[in-house]
Design a protein around this ligand. Structure first.
Ligand SMILES: O=P(O)(O)OC[C@H]1O[C@H](OP(=O)(O)OP(=O)(O)O)[C@H](O)[C@@H]1O
Ligand SMILES: NC(=O)CC[C@H](N)C(=O)O
Length: 491
């Protein structure tokens, strides 16, 4: 995508998240980071980067594409010596898909070199960028993340960590961030903890990463979640020991993690916010079966996302669970393909009906979410073509009405299926199913946290279902055009 100016932006794509990983004090820092990023591949498949420091110099490798395509090559890893590393696997929310936006972003500043890696999206990133450029800043990328480097450079504090804290106090929105300096690995989470970030350790060396599955892959131990609004500063001392210092806002608001981490984004074997993602998804299916029962012969998951919820549905309803759809794993996640045309093509390539489990049966299809409805339309037709007598769709999350501004690149509001039809019946007819039902918001809250939604103080952020955004949206309000925010143009 190429556009004319830095504020010419286009939101007509659907992307998802990013994954971050960092380790301090380990001789195999880059290799461990590559493995961690490999475990976080589901969070972003556009590009991956790693920055290391070897005591003398910083080293950076950035590549478009998958982690395994590049960082398994010993020659690439040999270019990343050092005892400290941070890495990032990207799906863009602001800034086009191009090498210059691949993270970690690095700059040489008055306080020395610093690299940053960011999962999330700043809701005032464009506003800050305009101010910085007006003030003489020369931007090297179109990523929202870059403003943090400029703010660090301009901070009046003397230490790199104080400058980093000063900088992130000025950004708004969702962020789990890692920063690497010559001696420090710094981790930070936004004030309400929209995006996840955990701390682990391996051989006594601190690690930070988006999800616990990245600790498991290298045999590291989970220590704790980084708290909302917390900054953790790990520093190598001259004697080689590592100190860990933590800074918290004086009166932090309660955490409000993104519910979609549980619905779709996080890997099922991860523990997010102290809760097993797999168990939460099974609970969603269980609650859905109780809320929207249906007489059927077989429960079929829409793989992969719908599988744990379908198991929960089958167990709660007593209807047998079968793999009635086989997924080809060599096709990327359609949810994150860039255009509607490619998405439709991708869905056909990806799923095929397992006729033996479908023919002559009343089928309940369970999926985790419906965004544009592309998957549902194709799969219902496919299941009918395979001889199903009835096809019922059950969705393990509520209808999505609103776009996200915190690190998930949702389509324009009017492209969301829920906004294209006046009623559930109309939506069901469009999809071609015999019946359609979504999990209620309370049912989702109960599945994840064991309690219904507290309307006066929601336990999670659920803006895509409710329109209740947990922060102000400065860029959106300034632009007064919701559709032009997700991607900042290239120059
Ligand atoms: O309504 P739509 O716009 O089609 O989007 C929703 C679909 O996208 C996601 O699946 P994805 O294709 O990412 O596959 P996965 O579950 O295997 O990750 C999700 O699980 C739904 O199936
Ligand atoms: N999905 C994300 O977390 C994206 C991070 C950052 N906003 C970028 O676009 O690079």
């Amino acid at each position: 995508m190429t556009k004319a100016s830095f504020d010419d932006i286009d939101g007509d794509t659907l992307h998802e998240e990013c994954g971050v990983f960092g380790i301090l004090g380990h001789p195999d820092a880059a290799t461990l980071t590559a493995l961690g990023l490999h475990a976080l591949q589901h969070r972003g498949q556009e590009a991956a980067g790693i920055v290391t420091f070897d005591g003398q110099q910083f080293h950076t490798e950035k590549r478009m594409g998958l982690v395994g395509d590049h960082y398994t090559d010993p020659a690439t890893l040999a270019k990343l010596p050092g005892f400290v590393a941070i890495g990032h696997t990207r799906y863009s929310t602001t800034g086009e898909v191009a090498l210059r936006n691949v993270q970690p972003l690095f700059a040489e500043l008055e306080v020395g070199g610093i690299a940053v890696a960011h999962n999330g999206n700043f809701t005032n990133g464009l506003t800050l960028r305009r101010q910085l450029i007006a003030d003489g800043a020369i931007c090297q990328s179109t990523s929202d993340t870059e403003v943090v480097l400029h703010l660090i450079a301009r901070s009046k504090h003397s230490s790199s960590s104080d400058r980093f804290i000063d900088a992130i106090r000025r950004v708004e929105g969702g962020y789990s961030m890692l920063a690497l300096t010559r001696t420090k690995l710094i981790a930070a989470r936004d004030p309400i903890g929209i995006r996840p970030l955990v701390m682990g350790e391996l051989d006594g060396k601190p690690i930070f990463c988006s999800e616990t599955c990245a600790l498991d892959i290298i045999g590291a131990r989970y220590v704790r979640d980084v708290e909302n609004g917390e900054v953790v500063i790990c520093e190598v001392q001259p004697d080689g020991s590592i100190t860990i210092d933590t800074r918290k806002a004086p009166a932090p608001p309660p955490e409000r993690l993104c519910l979609f981490e549980y619905v779709y984004f996080a890997r099922p074997d991860s523990v997010v916010g102290g809760r097993s993602v797999y168990v939460a998804r099974k609970n969603m299916g269980h609650n859905l079966a109780n809320e929207a029962p249906v007489e059927a012969d077989v429960v079929v998951p829409v793989p992969d996302g719908g599988t744990p919820a379908a198991l929960g549905f089958a167990q709660a309803s007593g209807i047998p669970f079968e793999y009635g759809i086989i997924r080809n794993h060599y096709v990327g996640r359609t949810f994150i393909e860039p255009t509607q045309q490619i998405r439709a093509f991708g869905v056909k390539l990806k799923h095929s009906a397992n006729r033996a489990m479908i023919e002559g049966k009343r089928v309940v299809l369970v999926d985790d979410s419906i965004v544009r409805g592309t998957t549902s339309v194709k799969i219902v037709q496919m299941i009918r073509d395979a001889g199903a007598r009835e096809v019922h769709i059950r969705v393990a999350s509520p209808m999505i009405y609103y776009p996200d501004f915190y690190g998930i690149d949702t389509p324009d509001a009017e492209k969301l299926l829920a906004n294209q039809h006046d009623s559930l019946d109309a939506m069901c007819r469009f999809i071609g199913a015999d019946s359609l039902a979504f999990l209620s918001l309370d049912g989702l809250y109960d599945a994840v946290g064991g309690a219904p939604r507290d309307a006066s103080r929601p336990q999670f952020t659920d803006h895509y279902f409710t329109g209740e955004y947990p922060t102000r949206l400065q860029d959106k309000d300034a632009a007064s055009n919701i559709h032009r925010l997700a991607v900042m143009a290239s120059g």
